[in-house]
Ligand binder design. Sequence first.
Ligand SMILES: [Fe+2]
Ligand SMILES: [Fe+2]
Length: 173
Amino acid sequence: MNLVELLRRDHREFSEALSELEQLTSALESRFFPEDSPGLHAALDASVILGRLLPKLEKHEKLERRYLFPELARWSSEFEPILKRIEEEHQQVDRDMGRLLDLLPDIARRPGSEFLRELERLAQRLKKHIFVEEIEIYPMAEDSIPQERLEQLAARAQAERVGADDPLQADRN
Ligand SMILES: [Fe+2]
Ligand SMILES: [Fe+2]
C-alpha cells in the first residue's frame, strides 16, 4: 500500500461516518431532548460516532502534514499555494471539531439546533476538503512522487499510527 491509498482509505471511513451522522439529523432537529426521546438517542448516537471520528481525523491530518504535504513541496514549488490553502482548511476543520467536542459533554441539556448547526458546519467543511484532496492533491502526489517513495512513506505513517495507539509508546513521547 502506498501513502495515498492509505489516506484514501481514511477518507472512505470519514465519508461513512458522515453519512451515519446525516441519517441522525432529522431526529436532532427537535428543539430539546427530553428523556427517552428520539432526539436524545440520536444525540447520543452522534456523540459515539463523533467520539470515533474525531481522533481518527486528527491522526489523518497529522499524517498529511507530516508526510504528504512536505513531500509534495519538495517535488515542486508550484504546489505551495494549494498546500497553503489546504492547511488553512485543516485549521478550520480543527476549529469546528473543537466546538463540537465542547458541546458533547452536556449534549442532553442543550437545544438540538445548536449541536446540529455545528455538526452541519463540520460535515460540509470536511466533505469539501475530502473532495479537494481526492481530485487535486492526491492525484498530484501520485503523478509527481515516485511509487517507491509513496510506499516508503506509507510504511512510516503506519508505524507512527501503531505507535500512537500503543499506550506504552504514547507514554514515551
Ligand atoms: Fe486533509
Ligand atoms: Fe485527507
